[in-house]
Design a protein around this ligand. Structure first.
Ligand code: SAH
Ligand code: MG
Length: 198
């Protein structure tokens, strides 16, 4: 049977909406996939699979792209597995069901896409950067966190949210001060950080 990619992507987006799964926005995913194409990205590590949406779209940028992606939520992992199989991409997308901070991996990646627990970004970066090729890129999603990062703190009522925003700001500082990378922040989707390893 022919794989109807268009229908699969549409179904994944519908599922995400109905189940409140925070997949990338259209602008964000368009930037990410264009980045892969322009920079000839072949090996990708993703932290935060959710239901496989961004992994599948990155894998579809070229038929020799491989993606390793990590998800700790069982329900989402199982949904991702279903979506990857339906897309016939099981040979090119490796799904790991584990906490990214616990798992042991190997590899030499062109791109690492960090899109998991926003408060843990520095930990993810520090753990996984050794698996990035020199000249490779780390892209981090949700740098704006729905506009909250640019808001005055006194306007954010929830204490947990205030703490999360502080962590995202600390991560931005961490990237800006990281001498081994050139980082650019893009006001695309929910805010992307593009960090290129020198
Ligand atoms: N990249 C996906 C969206 C990911 S949403 C897309 O755009 O299609 C973020 C996901 O990260 C959630 O499903 C959450 O369960 C997962 N996550 C958060 N912290 C994690 C961790 N420490 N290890 C593995 N997965 C994690
Ligand atoms: Mg995201």
């Amino acid at each position: 049977m022919v794989v109807d990619t268009y229908q699969i992507i549409k179904d994944i987006k519908t599922y995400a909406k109905e189940n409140n799964v925070p997949i990338m926005t259209d602008d964000g995913i368009n930037y990410l996939t264009s980045y892969c194409i322009k920079n000839n990205i072949k090996n990708i590590l993703e932290i935060g699979t959710a239901i496989g949406y961004s992994a599948i779209l990155m894998a579809l940028t070229n038929n020799d792209v491989t993606v390793t992606t990590i998800e700790r939520d069982e329900k989402r992992y199982l949904e991702a597995l279903k979506n990857v199989k339906r897309s016939k991409l099981e040979d090119r997308i490796e799904l790991i069901y584990n906490d990214a901070l616990e798992v042991k991996i190997n590899g030499d990646y062109d791109l690492i896409f960090i899109d998991a627990a926003k408060a843990q970004n520095i930990k993810f970066f520090e753990k996984f950067e050794k698996y990035l090729k020199s000249g490779g890129t780390i892209i981090t999603d949700n740098m704006d966190f729905h506009g909250l990062v640019d808001k005055d703190e006194t306007e954010i009522e929830s204490r947990n949210l205030r703490q999360l925003v502080r962590k995202i700001k600390a991560y931005k500082d961490f990237l800006e001060n990281n001498k081994n990378y050139n980082t650019e922040f893009k006001d695309i989707g929910d805010g992307l950080a593009i960090s290129i390893k020198k």
